[in-house]
Design a binder for this molecule. Structure first.
Ligand SMILES: Nc1ncnc2c1ncn2[C@@H]1O[C@H](COP(=O)(O)OP(=O)(O)O)[C@@H](O)[C@H]1O
Ligand SMILES: [Mg+2]
Length: 261
């Protein structure tokens, strides 16, 4: 069953000078309940625009976006957003305080709040770091806290916009592994944005490739039907999926480079 449906969605940005920019046009996509969907595309093609509309931060200019059959009209607790940087944490709160924050705002009682926050900190591999402040933690740890904070609200869907892009290669591989484990244990539906083909193949059940902008839409999707051992960059089946995705995105990279010059 599909959880999120985008049907014929367009997004036009109005500039202050009065000229319009059509970022996305006639974009359609169904994401199934429990699916890990990676949206892949060249820089500036409209990935963040799509995520922001699903998050409810931006209104679609045309078309419809629904979650569980209801139109998305704004941000809500059923969708948790993880951003790229780690600077959205509150510097004056501890790791535990940051994870508890949303629960506190929703009026969850102290004991339950603490128990939940500790549970999710443990789930992201940060047990025992509860009392540290963001300034005492590495980029990877801060990103884990962001994820724990979003998970603590128990959203139906996770929206992640290049969440690991700023991390070094080792931390990034570590986080990809952790995220897979977490999603397997929570059964969350995920819309994950990346421009990295490897990352998409490591994580996704299905990959959607976007056209280069402007007026971008989905070019096609690729099912990633790989077992865990096959999600290894050197595995023949991994390489097979890589070729398939690369084939789709190659021309779009060329188009977007040409347009940038
Ligand atoms: N608020 C905005 N106003 C005007 N143009 C925007 C705005 N946000 C994004 N854009 C433009 O829309 C296009 C798609 O942007 P974005 O969704 O951020 O791309 P991506 O995330 O794929 O790199 C880009 O050309 C960008 O400059
Ligand atoms: Mg973006």
């Amino acid at each position: 069953m599909s959880l999120v449906q985008l049907a014929g969605v367009s997004k036009v940005y109005r500039s202050l000078k009065g000229s319009d920019y059509v970022a996305v046009r006639d974009f359609s996509l169904d994401i199934r309940e429990g699916e890990f969907f990676c949206l892949l595309g060249t820089s500036g093609c409209g990935k963040t625009t799509v995520l922001n509309m699903v998050a409810g931060f931006e209104q679609a200019s045309a078309g419809s976006i629904t979650i569980a059959g209801r139109p998305i009209v704004g941000p809500a607790a059923d969708r948790g957003v993880v951003f790229q940087g780690d600077d959205s944490l509150y510097g004056w709160l501890t790791a535990l305080g940051n994870v508890e924050f949303g629960l506190r705002m929703r009026g969850v009682a102290a004991a339950e709040r603490r128990q939940k926050a500790e549970h999710y900190l443990k789930l992201v591999g940060l047990a025992g770091q509860d009392h540290k402040h963001p300034s005492e933690l590495s980029g990877g740890m801060k990103q884990r806290i962001q994820i724990a904070r979003v998970l603590a609200n128990e959203p139906r869907m996770l929206l992640m916009d290049e969440p690991f892009a700023a991390l070094d290669a080792h931390t990034r591989a570590d986080m990809q592994h952790e995220l897979k484990r977490i999603c397997a244990s929570t059964g969350a539906t995920v819309l994950f944005i990346t421009h990295d083909i490897d990352e998409a193949i490591i994580l996704a059940d299905r990959i959607g490739v976007m056209h280069a902008g402007p007026a971008s839409r989905l070019k096609g999707t690729v099912a990633v039907d790989l077992s865990e051992p096959e999600r290894e960059r050197t595995h023949d089946r991994f390489v097979g999926v890589y070729r398939q995705v690369h084939e789709m995105i190659r021309d779009e990279v060329a188009i977007s480079l040409k347009r940038a010059h």
